[in-house]
Design a binder for this molecule. Structure first.
Ligand code: FES
Length: 215
């Protein structure tokens, strides 16, 4: 029996039919598999290999290049805590310690109830809002232990925490495994000035002027 549900079999066939070379469908099929199960299982890799005319090892070799495809079970809520430099300078290590102690598992592990997996991650590209964590790739900005506890309490109560921590309310928290429907939103006040090249008259502030260089 195949891995995909009957409904997803049809989606998978449609995806595969769009590519002149079947193996080109591998990445979208990995997305579909992860959306179905929350992670990419062995049977999923076997069926993707059949659909793309490859082998399960090739599917694993391709998919495992991408950090966001998971090849092991992951909790319903994947908590990524950024501890890269901007976040680290603003307390990310304390935040991670709090996340681990409050959930009772270390980074890289899943809570016994299967609800939360913690990962310590590199920069998630929201440095102006550091420190940050994400849950199922939804962003929580300027994070504190209190914010994290509130988010967890909301999730345990079946409520949306997305109004908290500067996270835009983009609809319900995505099911784990959903990767392609997440968009980050940096608040307007924190965005770099975006000016069309033809409107730029001054050198960037960081570039030394001749006068300053002579002096
Ligand atoms: S260092 Fe944490 S978001 Fe960039």
């Amino acid at each position: 029996m195949g891995f995909f549900t009957p409904a997803n079999e049809k989606v998978a066939a449609d995806i595969a039919s769009r590519y002149p070379r079947r193996r080109s469908a591998m990445i979208p099929l990995l997305h579909l598999a992860q959306e179905q199960e929350g992670w990419v299982t062995g049977p999923a890799m076997e069926q993707i290999a059949e659909l793309t005319g490859t082998t399960p090892v090739e599917v694993l070799g391709t998919g495992s290049f991408y950090e966001m495809f998971k090849f092991h079970p992951v909790g319903r809520y994947l908590v990524n805590v950024c501890t890269n430099i901007s976040c680290q300078l603003l307390g990310a290590e304390d935040l991670l310690e709090h996340v681990e102690s409050s959930l009772g598992v270390r980074a890289g592990s899943t809570t016994d109830d299967g609800l939360f997996t913690i990962e310590e991650v590199e920069c998630v590209a929201a440095c102006t809002e550091a420190p940050c964590f994400t849950v199922n790739y939804r962003y929580f900005h300027r994070a504190t232990p209190v914010l994290f506890d509130e988010v967890v309490a909301d999730l345990r109560a079946g409520e949306s925490p997305l109004a908290r921590g500067g996270a835009a309310d983009d609809g319900p928290m995505p099911e784990h495994g959903t990767l392609a429907r997440n968009r980050q939103r940096i608040p307007v006040r924190s965005r770099a000035g975006v000016v069309p090249p033809e409107d730029v008259n001054d050198p960037p502030a960081w570039m030394p002027t001749e006068a300053a260089a002579d002096g």
